[in-house]
Design a protein around this ligand. Structure first.
Ligand SMILES: Cc1cc2nc3c(=O)[nH]c(=O)nc-3n(C[C@H](O)[C@H](O)[C@H](O)COP(=O)(O)O)c2cc1C
Length: 326
């Protein structure tokens, strides 16, 4: 797929996820095979106020990540224009506008999926942003506000007329948040209504499911969100064919690299939290994970957390070997 002049490699790519799709995790996903990655939502107000959290933890990316899409969140036209310019000046290859976040704290100030409600105002915002954004400009939408207001196609057409370069569709309503099943038919409808490339998203948990979504909807690219948490190797087409031992070694390498990136990226306090969360996710679905998680979240330092994780991780391998012997 091409978004403007930017080539997007491969079919599947990491979705933006607040608190998760930060520079370390995006780098890992990319190294595993994710195509273009998108940052988590970056609050326009945080950018303008230059808060440390926004600039250092959220908006920062590594040169190796490029091309990179940085996602902006906001509702005030001027702030979105200024914020977009700031992201552009920081080297963003693509600027994506979040029009899908369903969290009440966000929507009650007109941000995220609330932008799918007042289309007159949203058109003005998109036009103003389009004027200043010189790199490709994309939007990420839902199927609508609720069942009575399913307007993804209308929003996509308006955006295309304004000059938006690509659209991602997560076909749930704001009211559904993350419940129920995403309705891939909405992606098909958007694909057949606009000429710009469409990325499909929603409930994809493997590369073969991504292929199925592409075939079913005609979308050109697929975003994977929740299924990549604790499993960034989902983007590696070769992973499923590895033996148990090969998978274990591959995962160990990735986890160690991810932890190093986390340590370098964040302040000590945030790094420990990020480390604990990701290590806990990496252990997902494994034996005795509950007691491991209790011990992990009671640790107070990097070394303690890593010791708890390593003991557990090695025990998984031994457990498997024991099982084999018996
Ligand atoms: C914890 C979490 C945080 C999210 N944060 C964002 C975000 O910052 N920007 C955005 O556009 N979507 C965000 N999303 C939505 C995802 O990008 C994606 O649209 C959704 O999870 C559906 O895809 P999936 O079924 O592959 O998870 C978030 C989702 C989750 C679970």
């Amino acid at each position: 797929m091409k978004i403007g002049n930017i080539k997007v490699e491969g079919l599947a790519r990491l979705a933006p996820m607040a608190g998760i799709s930060n520079a370390p995790f995006r780098t890992i996903a990319k190294e595993c095979g994710s195509g273009l990655t998108t940052s988590e939502e970056i609050d326009a107000n945080g950018l303008i106020k230059r808060t440390k959290k926004t600039l250092d933890d959220i908006a920062k990316y590594y040169p190796e990540e490029r091309p990179i899409a940085l996602q902006i969140l906001g509702s005030d036209k001027e702030n979105l224009v200024i914020g977009s310019k700031m992201l552009q000046d920081s080297g963003a290859d693509i600027i994506d506008l979040n029009m899908g976040c369903p969290v009440p704290k966000i929507t009650k100030t007109g941000r995220g999926s609330a932008m799918m409600k007042d289309l007159k105002n949203t058109s003005k915002i998109l036009s103003a942003m389009r004027k200043v954004i010189k790199v490709p400009f994309t939007i990420k939408i839902r199927s609508g506000w609720d069942e009575k207001n399913l307007n993804a196609v209308e929003v996509a057409k308006i955006a295309e007329d304004i000059g938006i370069d690509a659209i991602t569709v997560h076909p749930r309503t704001r009211a559904q948040r993350f419940t129920g099943k995403s309705n891939w038919d909405v992606i098909s409808e958007v694909v057949s209504s606009v000429a710009v490339p469409v990325t499909g998203n929603g409930d994809v948990n493997s590369i073969s499911e991504a292929v199925r979504m592409k075939e079913y909807t005609g979308c050109e690219s697929v975003m994977i969100g929740r299924a990549a948490i604790g499993k960034p190797w989902i983007f590696d087409e070769k992973y499923e064919n590895l033996s148990y031992q090969e998978k274990y070694e591959y995962k160990t390498k990735i986890i160690n690299r991810h932890i190093e990136l986390i340590k370098n990226h964040f302040s000590e306090r945030i790094a420990l939290l990020q480390m604990q969360r990701h290590l806990s996710w990496y252990a997902g679905g494994q034996d005795r994970v509950r007691s491991f998680r209790v011990s992990l979240f009671s640790t107070k330092t990097f070394d303690e957390a890593m010791n708890v994780f390593n003991d557990y991780w090695i025990s998984l391998q031994n457990y498997k070997n024991l099982q084999k012997v018996v």
